[in-house]
Design a protein around this ligand. Structure first.
Ligand code: ADP
Ligand code: MG
Ligand code: MG
Ligand code: MG
Length: 603
């Protein structure tokens, strides 16, 4: 959700005039947060996931499926519905998203430290879809809420219901195929974000995704809609708007650490897991109606959300603000920060002088290199010291694979949290719960056994790139640490082990085996999730991306030309709907005996 606020968003020129002042406010607020919260101890292990869901409408007669622009109408009804639910375990917190065909659902209360909470995740995710589906069904039996990481023909042809007008005059970013009417009318900051990103960048967004070259794909392949765009590259699918990225859906998990120091350690150990989990979650092989050579969304949003000017893009060491995590945070791991990203020196010095450890000060010093792309006028000049708006605003406008979330000044209950952000959304609740619970368990396993998987940032970034490659879960090797050695390992070795390394799933099984406080149902459910992760890494089950790709390649009307037609999309999304609602099995992505004992209520 990021930071949502009502009020008038400032224009980019207005923000530009106030940048220095805004930065000073933000740094001072961060210092205040640090002094107030640095000694928090023994905060509970609470945690929660965020699921982004896509609204679609089927037109069965014409074999079409389109994105349904209806989130702004559904959200007030969803809020009302949940206000009336007494049992908190059955309540969902719904948030608007950037695009009006997406809603975000999170558990109303974060999950607690009891192991039985692992068993509630899937039921909670199912409830989210059921709540929306029920409202949709009151109006039409053609409307569905689905987990789709990137809608296959997003940006191609007439892809929305209701129909909207396309063309550069319908877009502040001058996009040819992503008009402003995609943007949620009730998300106060997205419109301003896309305007200000466009103005700051001084030019159009440019995303080039390598096409999957099939036997009848033209060579070179040229995305004809963009034939006059100087940014178009041969053999690439092209996207030209930030909305191309904001329309993708992800799965995020936030963990509260027991203390400030604990949050830094947790963050550092989650860094090497980001590319691993991105690879396992891969679910995006199709872009703008073409099969691509990538399997995940991350680098695509990264390019779409990039607000750097042409000059800044020439400077190698500043990346898109949507990018991999640039630094380890603890002094102990600073030797692994082997990429030289710029920092605001004055900010770093000021933070160090306030007692903030040097490595962490550099992380924040890099954060403050970024401009706040959205500012709400009413919050520009703080009236008192009661909140940390400017720090949180900036922190929520930089989209790294991990986010350190310090406690907000105006919430005494909240502790230091780390958000895990790389994963693509999965087609099924089972898949989303499995990955969520696996990451949550990994945090416990790493801390309990004092494991250390940290490798240099440059190798983590290389792993991020490899994770995007077609079928990376089976084909790629990734840098991974076992003991004092870093070697390149297949996903199967990382997850299931080899002669030198026990494997992340066996380590998790050991941890589960040693804990005596886990009830039988939770144990059973967790084992199904571990099986999914294990088999995906072993290649005996497919990633969502591989399955989607195979569906297209084997479709009767596919012409070996990389084109995903309306008809193929209709059949694919229909199939996804049947699978996610349990009407059809899909043994390539989930064995039919992988049933869980999930329950909305923790013991
Ligand atoms: P954002 O979009 O900024 O990441 P959201 O409010 O959408 O923030 O999601 C925050 C996530 O953090 C949710 O999954 C929520 O359950 C979880 N969460 C909220 N409070 C806590 C807490 N005290 N400890 C751990 N997780 C929390
Ligand atoms: Mg959110
Ligand atoms: Mg979101
Ligand atoms: Mg989030």
């Amino acid at each position: 959700m990021g930071l949502l606020s009502e009020g008038r968003p400032l224009k980019w020129t207005e923000i530009k005039d106030a940048l220095k002042q805004i930065r000073t406010y933000g740094v001072d607020q961060l210092i205040q947060v640090y002094h107030k919260c640095k000694n928090r101890q023994r905060d509970a292990f609470t945690w929660g996931d965020e699921v982004e869901l896509t609204l679609v409408r089927f037109d069965h007669e014409n074999k079409k499926v389109q994105l349904l622009l209806k989130a702004h109408k559904l959200l007030p009804a969803l809020h009302k519905l949940n206000e009336e639910i007494q049992d908190e375990a059955c309540r969902i917190a719904w948030h608007p998203e950037a695009c009006d065909f997406v809603v975000e659902g999170v558990p109303f209360q974060p999950y607690g430290f009891l192991p039985s909470h692992f068993n509630t995740v899937e039921a909670n995710m199912r409830l989210r879809r059921e709540q929306v589906q029920k409202l949709l069904a009151e109006q039409s039996d053609c409307d569905f809420i689905l987990n789709i990481a990137a809608f296959p023909r997003y940006g191609q042809g007439e892809y929305t219901h209701p129909a909207i007008e396309y063309g550069s005059s319908h877009s502040v970013e001058e996009s040819l195929c992503f008009p402003d009417s995609l943007i949620s009318p009730i998300h106060p900051r997205t419109k301003s974000l896309s305007e200000n990103t466009h103005e700051r960048r001084q030019g159009k967004a440019s995303v080039n995704i390598p096409i999957f070259k099939d036997s009848s794909t033209p060579s070179p392949f040229r995305d004809n809609l963009f034939k006059d765009d100087p940014n178009l590259k041969d053999d690439h699918i092209h996207l030209d708007s930030t909305a191309a990225g904001w329309g993708c859906c992800c799965l995020q998990v936030t963990f509260q650490a027991e203390s400030f120091e604990g949050s830094l350690r947790l963050y550092d150990q989650l860094i090497p897991l980001c590319p691993i989990m991105l690879c396992l979650s891969a679910a995006c092989p199709i872009w703008r109606g073409y099969l691509s050579d990538v399997d995940c969304r991350w680098n695509i949003i990264s390019a779409a959300a990039d607000d750097r000017t042409a000059v800044e893009r020439q400077q190698e060491n500043i990346l898109s603000r949507y990018g991999p995590t640039p630094f380890y945070l603890t002094d102990e791991k600073r030797h692994l920060n082997d990429l030289d990203f710029p920092v605001c020196d004055d900010v770093v010095q000021k933070l160090i002088s306030q007692g903030i450890p040097e490595t962490l000060s550099r992380h924040f010093g890099h954060l403050f290199v970024r401009d706040p792309l959205v500012i709400i006028e009413e919050f520009l000049h703080p009236k008192d010291d009661s909140n940390s708006y400017h720090f949180e605003n900036l922190n929520s406008l930089v989209w790294n694979t991990l986010r350190l979330k310090p406690p907000p000044l105006d919430d005494d209950l909240m502790g230091w949290r780390v958000e895990f952000r790389p994963m693509d959304i999965q087609m099924t609740d089972f898949g989303n719960a499995a990955l969520t619970v696996f990451v949550a368990l990994m945090t416990r396993v790493i801390l309990t056994y004092n494991l250390d998987f940290a490798i240099p940032i440059s190798q983590v970034n290389e792993n991020m790139n490899r994770a995007h490659h077609r079928d990376s879960a089976r084909q790629e090797k990734f840098y991974f640490r076992c003991g004092n050695e870093i070697s390149e390992m297949y996903m199967n070795e990382i997850i299931n082990g080899n002669n030198d390394f026990p494997g992340l799933v066996p380590l998790t099984r050991q941890y589960i085996g040693e804990r005596e406080d886990i009830d039988a149902d939770t144990r059973f459910t967790i084992e199904q999730y571990l099986l999914l992760v294990s088999k995906r890494a072993a290649g005996t089950l497919m990633t969502n991306a591989s399955w989607i790709r195979q569906f297209v390649l084997s479709h009767a009307s596919y012409k070996q030309d990389s084109v995903v037609t309306e008809e193929i999309q209709y059949d694919l999304v229909r199939k996804m709907e049947q699978i996610s609602n349990g009407h059809e099995d899909c043994p390539q992505i989930r064995q039919s005996n992988m049933e869980t004992h999930t329950d909305l209520h923790a013991e």
